[in-house]
Design a protein around this ligand. Structure first.
Ligand SMILES: Nc1nc2c(c(=O)[nH]1)N[C@H]1C(S)=C(S)[C@@H](COP(=O)(O)OP(=O)(O)OC[C@H]3O[C@@H](n4cnc5c(=O)[nH]c(N)nc54)[C@H](O)[C@@H]3O)O[C@H]1N2
Ligand SMILES: Nc1nc2c(c(=O)[nH]1)N[C@H]1C(S)=C(S)[C@@H](COP(=O)(O)OP(=O)(O)OC[C@H]3O[C@@H](n4cnc5c(=O)[nH]c(N)nc54)[C@H](O)[C@@H]3O)O[C@H]1N2
Ligand code: SF4
Ligand SMILES: [Mo]
Length: 764
């Protein structure tokens, strides 16, 4: 085991917690969902606080749900415009439990690191700024002023601004993200890795290359009357629960829903809508009309098979593909037809692992429909060929002319509630020349023109001692990034690590020589300055910008808002010698918005326009403008079949979320939609594979990966027999991140291969 400067554990306890199995709950939401939501809320924050907050969540004059980025309807219902997991996220943030300096005096980082992530999160909210000094194992209180001075000093000591790295997790507001990104640039670096590097970066790249914008094209309402909605590599019942209401509307209007997923995820199978009274009594509706149990990372084989079959039908009738659309708006059709001709249908079917009749059913359906939406998430992005996966689905949409018209198009379902907004307002490691020009014009400084580090490069730079100050605006970098051991070693190399956070996590415990925790105000809390309540703005998964205003009393009087933290830090660093008045911007969000308005294209008039239902940012796909692409056309692409080269004893492992977690924040130990209770160290396996391996239910195994001759092991997992295609395995993230090699990632997007890790399983 790696030796760390402080004697910390990078996993915490790996003891089993007392598993029990039940039949998976197939009906998502419904009565149980609401009950679960209230149970979590009442327990964590008390009845009054829960009800006050829940009634204002996702309402026009309230706050945006801190959980996922699924959009709210134009006219939110006054009751229950939230879901179970939104309520859990709220309860987790608005908990009345707190950890102060006395707590950290009692428990050292070494002791705390022995606990699980679940235990760490449960302690409650961080309520005062804390410092971990070189050589010490105890956090102690520090004043805000001294904290900013400490960071400014370390930044001044750097040989180059590129030794500083500024990570962002997607929960920050547009205002905070804008200031943060501008501060990094003012300092002189584009080192801005963000959680989307590990998330939808593959989508951004694929969409940018083919359609000219790295975002989806549909609006929420488009789903309601779509004829076919394909949900690929996504588990909405857990991760975007209210999406099921939109899919239900689609079905009520006669639309068909197709699930493409190695797992039959609950919610897509049966769903009860808690918003309607009828949802309390009638049986659940089955959402998915066809479920294709594709093998992990064989979507390209499956879509090629579908395209081949559609092309054969089109060759006869010329009505299956939209030839008028193809001619006018796309490039690459002939090459694609030539390319798919070379594949053997039986081989594609074998690779994809799906059932032929179901493929035929889907082909028949697609042949006659053109209002088609493809929704996807991490099941497509987190593979070596993540970009190509998405491009292949886009091919299907383009061939059908299902782009740039109502009820059709692309829907990458974003993760964190404002991950899309953060990117829009300037959190990016690459250079945008137009943005830089506007920065110079309106903020009066020259932004750097050298590309910065994304997540993978940031890890490498720190590991090599080239990244010395690592600041995180939210998130839990250690547990979110791949290759936990490597990432821990990387963090250790830093002079200073700084976490702007709401809750305790492992990145606070495995740190640079010095470390700071800067506690901040949560989404649901009132952000009051000089007696006036401030609000901020966010962008949802479909590109709509709205306001968000908290309603609860903050966890402590000693919290600082994110924009203010950045403003004060920039002020401490520049000491007033800069073209930007950072301190005022951090305090006055209206002033910040007036700069966003000028500096970021599409945000003009954001102050006024973000009120009420808000406004949509420009989207060239919606107006069929592909002028930014080669020959002004949307691009049909040629994508290769993935090469896995699995050895005989190797399986393909995907690392997924349970129903009781938000990324690295573990709310509880149950995954009731998969029937697992009170344990997270589980490995889902097909029963035939269990028989071949001579394994029984609850046998204990180690999981290992071997990349470039390096063996990485996640020890002690319980075998669970599960309905998963043979050869495929599933386990939870982040416990299995140790297995993901830091240097294996998607081509072009550098998203770690968290959904297709080659592993072996050994009984212990
Ligand atoms: N409650 C809750 N909500 C969340 C989150 C959370 O942790 N908890 N996280 C948020 C974030 S940041 C994100 S990015 C999203 C994540 O949302 P999802 O992407 O839904 O999350 P995952 O659990 O990673 O699920 C991936 C799904 O893809 C499937 N899959 C895996 N590999 C393949 C493949 O090769 N092909 C196909 N077709 N399917 C595959 C898996 O079986 C699984 O159903 O959710 C957001 N919302
Ligand atoms: N193996 C594997 N690895 C993965 C994935 C996977 O599917 N498999 N998914 C990847 C994906 S999609 C993502 S997005 C990343 C997630 O990576 P991150 O965004 O880095 O991780 P989170 O777990 O969302 O961050 C949780 C922490 O954020 C802080 N926080 C919460 N709310 C706020 C707030 O309002 N402000 C501030 N400042 N802090 C706050 C809390 O302290 C909390 O502990 O993980 C990635 N890693
Ligand atoms: S669907 Fe997502 S944004 Fe909407 S209430 Fe649920 S968790 Fe929150
Ligand atoms: Mo994500």
């Amino acid at each position: 085991m790696q030796e760390f400067r402080r004697n910390v554990s990078i996993s915490g306890s790996q003891e089993f917690t007392g598993i029990s199995l039940k039949n998976p709950v197939r009906i998502a939401a419904g009565v149980l969902g609401v009950k679960e939501a209230l149970r979590h809320g009442f327990k964590e924050m008390g009845i009054v606080r829960s009800m006050t907050a829940l009634l204002e969540m996702n309402q026009k004059d309230g706050f945006d749900c801190p959980s996922c980025a699924w959009p709210d309807p134009d006219e939110p219902s006054r009751v229950a415009e939230y879901c179970e997991n939104g309520a859990k996220a709220l309860a987790d943030e608005a908990t009345t439990k707190k950890i102060d300096a006395a707590f950290f005096k009692k428990y050292s980082v070494e002791e705390l690191s022995q606990l699980t992530d679940y235990q760490l999160n449960k302690f409650g909210r961080l309520v005062e700024p804390l410092v971990l000094k070189p050589g010490s194992i105890y956090y102690e209180p520090i004043s805000w002023e001294n904290a900013f001075e400490l960071i400014a000093d370390e930044l001044h000591k750097l040989n180059s601004p590129d030794e500083a790295i500024f990570y962002t997790s997607g929960r920050s507001s547009n205002e905070a993200a804008f200031l943060y990104g501008m501060f990094a640039r003012a300092l002189g670096t584009n080192n801005m890795p963000d959680c989307s590097n590990m998330c939808h970066e593959s989508s951004g790249v694929a969409l940018g290359e083919t359609l000219g914008i790295g975002k989806g094209s549909i609006k929420l309402e488009d789903l309601y009357e779509a004829e076919v909605v394909i949900v690929a590599g996504q588990n909405p019942g857990t991760n975007h629960p209210r999406m099921l209401s939109a899919l239900e509307k689609c079905k009520n209007n006669g639309g068909k829903v197709i699930s493409i997923n190695p797992l039959e995820e609950s919610g897509l199978v049966e769903f009860k809508n808690p918003q309607y009274l009828s949802g309390w009594v009638r049986p659940g509706v089955s959402i998915a009309d066809i479920h294709l149990a594709v093998n992990i990372n064989q979507d390209i084989a499956l879509i090629k098979l579908i395209l081949k079959k559609l092309a054969a039908l089109d060759a006869k009738s010329k009505t299956v593909f939209d030839h008028t659309f193809l001619k006018e708006y796309t490039e690459g059709y002939d090459d694609l037809i030539e390319d798919i001709a070379q594949y053997d249908e039986d081989e594609l079917l074998r690779l994809s692992g799906v059932n032929l009749e179901q493929v035929e059913d889907l082909v028949q359906l697609l042949a006659s429909k053109s209002k088609i939406v493809v929704c996807w998430a991490m099941g497509l992005t987190q593979h070596k060929n993540g970009v190509e996966n998405i491009r292949e689905y886009i091919n299907l949409l383009l061939l059908k002319g299902a782009i740039g018209k109502p009820n059709a198009g692309t829907c990458p379902v974003r993760g964190h509630s404002n991950v899309q907004g953060d990117r829009s307002v300037g959190i990016m490691h690459f250079v945008n020349k137009d943005l830089n020009k506007r920065i110079e014009e309106h903020l009066g400084f020259k932004a750097p023109e050298k590309e910065g580090f994304d997540t993978v490069d940031a890890m490498k730079a720190m590991h090599e001692g080239k990244g010395k100050v690592f600041m995180c605006l939210g998130g839990n970098f250690l547990m979110a990034a791949s290759d936990t051991t490597y990432t821990a070693e990387a963090l250790e190399q830093c002079e200073l690590t700084v976490q702007v956070s709401t809750k305790l996590n492992r990145t606070h415990l495995v740190t640079g020589k010095s470390a700071l925790i800067l506690p901040t105000i949560g989404r649901s809390e009132k952000d009051i300055k000089n007696g006036k309540q401030r609000h901020f703005t966010v962008e949802n998964s479909m590109g709509r910008v709205t306001q968000s205003k908290g309603v609860l009393k903050p966890a402590s009087d000693n919290l600082m808002s994110e924009p203010e933290i950045i403003g004060q830090l920039a002020h401490a660093y520049f000491q007033g010698n800069h073209s930007v008045d950072w301190k005022s911007l951090g305090e006055d969000y209206e002033l910040t918005r007036s700069y966003i308005d000028k500096v970021v294209k599409g945000f003009e008039g954001t102050e006024e326009r973000s009120k009420g239902a808000g406004y949509y940012l420009p989207n060239n796909v919606r107006t069929l403008d592909f002028s930014m692409l080669s020959n002004g056309k949307a691009q049909i692409t040629i994508n290769r079949l993935p090469q896995h080269d699995l050895k005989q004893n190797e399986f393909m492992l995907m690392t997924i979320r349970s129903h009781d977690q938000f990324n690295t924040t573990i709310y509880g130990l149950d995954d009731r939609y998969r029937g697992v209770y009170n344990e997270r160290r589980v490995l889902f396996m097909n029963i035939d594979d269990m028989a071949t391996m001579n394994l029984k239910k609850f046998d204990v195994v180690d999981i290992s990966s071997d990349y470039d001759g390096k063996i990485r092991t996640a020890p002690k997992f319980l075998i669970i027999p599960y309905n998963i295609p043979s050869g495929n395995l599933a386990a939870y993230f982040p416990e299995t991140n140790v297995l993901v090699p830091y240097n294996h990632f998607a081509e072009k997007s550098k998203t770690p291969i968290s959904k297709s890790i080659k592993v072996t399983v050994t009984k212990v």
